[in-house]
Design a protein. Structure first.
Ligand code: HEC
Length: 115
């Protein structure tokens, strides 16, 4: 019984992490490469800016999910990127999905990842 509980907890955790990652890979990575700036800033660069502005996880997640829900020049913390690429388009995802993605981004160090 104990083993079963450990196994369940283990898999639940694995899925929780993978879910945000899957969502990011499916919905954001076409524009935001991990470390390479192509048609948009890399997610590494965005994460660095966000961590500097919002070191606390809850604030980071709330600000990012609210911003991506409705991108707005006035509340952007990356004005230079807007000048370089234009404002990010509104994607039409729900807030729950965006929070899962933001939480994954908060937790993931992209500095050692390829592309
Ligand atoms: C069609 C291309 C495109 C897609 C898809 C896209 N983005 Fe962006 N995103 C951009 C561009 C271009 C910028 C830089 C300009 C800006 O900041 O608005 C940007 C900027 C951002 C920023 C910086 C916000 C700021 O303060 O300026 C965040 C955070 C972000 N994207 C998150 C996401 C997430 C999360 C997803 C997936 C749900 C996503 N993006 C999908 C193009 C895209």
């Amino acid at each position: 019984m104990k083993l079963l509980i450990i196994v369940i907890v283990f898999f639940t955790n694995v899925f929780a992490v993978d879910y945000g990652e899957l969502l990011f890979n499916g919905n954001c990575i076409t524009c935001h490469f991990k470390t390479k700036k192509v048609s948009a800033p890399s997610i590494y660069e965005i994460r660095e800016n966000y961590l500097r502005a919002f070191p606390e996880e809850e604030v980071f997640v709330k600000y990012m999910s609210t911003w991506v829900l409705k991108p707005d020049i006035k509340t952007s913390i990356m004005q230079d990127s807007i000048e370089e690429f234009n404002i990010m388009p509104e994607l039409g995802y729900d807030e729950y999905t965006l929070k899962e993605i933001a939480r994954y981004l908060y937790k993931t160090d992209f500095s050692t990842q390829q592309k």
